[in-house]
Design a protein around this ligand. Structure first.
Ligand SMILES: [Zn+2]
Ligand SMILES: [Zn+2]
Length: 162
């Protein structure tokens, strides 16, 4: 697999755990397998590799759960955000693309674990569109913005945990 000179930062929702990598691997993908579904609480996991030798935990540290003897999953113990998949002993760490500060840096190129793929996946983007949060939750949206505890999509010098 090829290394790409794409620098990324990212982290969990509460801001207790942050990471940076100066490179990514060209393996951006979605995985439909049942273990990935459980680990991210969704229909599939979206992952992109970062070489372990360029990946740095810049704030805090992830907690780790070994989902089998072959793989482990990293997450923030404080807020629960899924942060990575890693094969035990692998030289790379599969970061959850949604935890990147800029997920558009790693558009998925392939899908794997398709034995677990749900038939309804094909229709997801054709569901009735009831609009943006501002439109669909007009009353709540300003209150959410005003009381937002989510870490911003960039590094911070100080971040008070709420
Ligand atoms: Zn967190
Ligand atoms: Zn998987």
């Amino acid at each position: 697999m090829k290394r790409l000179d794409i620098a990324v930062t990212g982290g969990c929702q509460c801001g207790a755990v942050r990471y940076a990598s100066s490179q990514l691997i060209d393996n951006s993908h979605i995985c439909h397998c049942r273990m990935c579904q459980k680990a991210v609480g969704n229909f599939f996991a979206a992952l992109v590799g970062a070489p372990n030798d360029t990946l740095v935990w810049t704030r805090g540290a992830p907690s780790v759960f070994a989902s089998s003897d072959l793989a482990e999953r990293g997450f923030c113990a404080r807020c629960g955000t899924p942060l990575f998949y890693r094969g035990i002993g692998s030289p790379r760490t599969g970061l959850t693309i949604g935890s990147l500060d800029d997920p558009t840096l790693a558009p998925p190129r392939v899908q794997v674990g398709t034995e677990g793929r749900y038939a309804f996946i094909d229709g997801l983007l054709h569901l009735p569109d009831v609009g943006t949060t501002e439109e669909d939750m007009a009353e709540e949206a300003p209150k959410i913005r005003a009381s937002n505890h989510q870490h911003p999509d960039h590094d911070t010098d100080n971040w008070p945990l709420s």
